[in-house]
Design a protein around this ligand. Structure first.
Ligand code: ARG
Length: 558
């Protein structure tokens, strides 16, 4: 906030570029902004303290600065609180505070969730789904044209295995009736029985070959498996507020790889190795990228190469993001390198948005013994626990069921979005649902509190507000947080890190709760009441906008 204005004034007067040097003191008692001058000593050939003394008056000239102080090579800057409050109040009638059109004219493709057909939609897909979903909404909020792609894992030998299993131990009708868990049971059984019957593997390969060759019967099975999986994950997507613009998965690229392999051949990049075709990446310190197996089959990587070309042509993307676990770091490094070597113009605009692992802390849901933790079950459990907490805390709450869903799901989503992507998460229901912890319910509760205060004052019009009445420490902290919100959403987009939004609203809630303890709002002199209500209204707005970006509901009552 305002670093730009100050930096440009300093640039004009001294020729020094300082924008990146500003620091925000944690505690606003220390001031609003600080400019450490140590790094300027080299270019300005002076001691930092002297530089600070030279820059301080330039900063002080700005209207929104109320005073500056030079201490140990720092310029400590204080803003004019009333001016700041006035600016914050201009947001009262805006629908959204952080919305912008900076992304207009630019398309971002985001590949996320990208589930595998006929395989369980398990807790491992949670992060990709919710991080991708949050980035999708954040970029949209900033005016980008966003294309959400579910790059389905809808090709591979698992389909052959499933056909064999279905034919041996069930029927297509039964599978259709019973859905995904049943289908997965068949898959598991196939693997168990194939240990004693290695010939099943050959049968499975033969069945998959039929799909590849376009055999109508085999394709019927394939389509049913796909439909069942998509129906099931679709329900989870609805609960998580996740949408896709395209479901073009791996199978979609079946007829698009040849052209890419031709480019590689033309450029003499594709070389034979034990009958397989690879791109040698040893020069770049990576193992070779395998693109065609010795039996002629293409691979995951081959499809991703074709996919990058397709997205560039189809969407003319500005950035092409892949929200995929860090286990695939090497895969993406390899394909980005291959794309570069091929002369793919936009290779540098492809980014792997990696994230860490989610494990379950609660013993009751262990992944051991190959037991799959279905994402649906995790959501159901969280909702059930949320329901129990609500029944205990507020049994008469209206619309309890809906609130339980919002809190339960929100708590799971928030737990993924509250830390840097790359951190591993040990998930525990008690932790994510702790109403006093750094959790979704804690934020949702604060929002409901704001709304309840505002309901008590519906007949008060929030206009002609005296900004000087919200310049005390606690109010000013909230004002700053409101003003910073837009920057933080932009930062989140830039870093592809939704946690920046989560932390911001968590911080705001902390500030609001402090304000709420220290200041009475309703039984106050009219002007003070109005000013404080305005602050409450703005706080609610930011919380709701932030939660919405994260894909979390903000119930009006809790
Ligand atoms: N289906 C893959 C998996 O579950 C993720 C696909 C990611 N997207 C991509 N274009 N490679 O591991």
């Amino acid at each position: 906030m305002y670093e730009k204005e100050l930096a440009s004034a300093i640039l004009t007067k001294t020729g020094q570029e300082v924008e990146s040097l500003f620091e925000k003191p944690k505690d606003s008692k220390m001031g609003d902004l600080a400019l450490p001058c140590f790094r300027l000593a080299k270019t300005m050939h002076k001691a930092p303290q002297l530089i600070a003394e030279e820059l301080a008056p330039i900063i002080n000239e700005e209207a929104f600065v109320s005073n500056v102080e030079v201490v140990n090579g720092y310029v400590n800057i204080r803003f004019n609180r009333e001016e700041m409050a006035k600016i914050a109040l201009t947001n009262l009638n805006k629908e959204n505070i952080a919305q912008s059109n900076e992304g207009n004219g630019k398309t971002i493709t985001i590949d996320y969730s990208s589930v595998n057909i006929a395989k369980p939609f398990h807790i491992g897909h949670l992060s990709s789904t919710v991080i991708g979903g949050a980035l999708y909404r954040i970029f949209k909020h900033l005016g980008y044209n966003v294309v959400g792609v579910n790059h389905l894992g809808d090709w591979g030998t698992q389909f052959g295995k499933l056909i064999v299993a279905t034919k041996k131990w069930s029927s297509l009708e039964e599978v259709q009736q019973n859905g995904i868990v049943f289908l997965n049971g068949l898959y598991v059984r196939f693997h168990q029985e194939a240990k004693d019957h290695p010939e099943y593997e050959d049968e499975a390969r033969a069945e998959f070959k039929k799909i590849e060759d376009g055999d109508a019967d085999a394709i019927k099975y394939y389509e049913v498996f796909k439909k069942i999986t998509l129906e099931e994950v679709g329900k989870v997507y609805d609960r998580l507020k996740i949408k896709f613009d395209s479901y073009n998965g791996e199978a979609f690229y079946n007829d698009k790889m040849e052209a890419c392999l031709d480019i590689l051949k033309d450029k003499k990049l594709l070389i034979e190795s034990d009958g397989a075709q690879i791109v040698d990446l040893s020069e770049y310190g990576m193992p070779p990228c395998l693109l065609v197996r010795s039996d002629g089959a293409t691979l995951y990587a081959t499809r991703d190469i074709a996919c990058a070309y397709y997205r560039a042509k189809e969407y003319d993307f500005y950035k092409n993001l892949y929200v995929v676990a860090y286990q695939q770091n090497l895969h993406f490094k390899q394909i980005f390198k291959v794309l570069e070597l091929m002369g793919f113009a936009k290779y540098a605009d492809c980014e792997h948005i990696a994230f860490g692992m989610v494990s379950l802390e609660d013993g009751a849901m262990s992944t051991r013994e190959g037991r799959v933790v279905w994402l649906k079950d995790v959501l159901d459990q969280a909702v059930e626990k949320a329901r129990a907490i609500i029944n205990e805390k507020n049994p008469d709450l209206e619309g309890k069921e809906k609130v339980a869903e919002s809190v339960g799901i929100g708590s799971v989503v928030f737990s993924v979005l509250y830390n840097q992507r790359i951190k591993d998460i040990a998930f525990s229901y008690d932790k994510v649902l702790n109403f006093d912890g750094e959790t979704a319910p804690y934020i949702q509760y604060a929002y409901a509190r704001c709304k309840s205060i505002l309901r008590k004052a519906v007949d008060i019009k929030l206009d002609n507000i005296d900004a000087s009445l919200i310049t005390d420490e606690e109010s000013y902290d909230i004002v700053k947080s409101i003003l910073n919100f837009k920057d933080e959403v932009q930062n989140a987009a830039l870093a592809r890190e939704p946690y920046i939004v989560s932390r911001h609203i968590m911080n705001l809630v902390g500030k609001f709760n402090r304000f709420y303890i220290d200041h009475r709002i309703i039984d106050q002199e009219e002007n003070i009441k109005k000013a404080r209500l305005a602050l409450v209204s703005l706080t609610a707005k930011v919380i709701k906008e932030g939660l919405t970006l994260l894909g979390i509901d903000a119930p009006e009552v809790m």
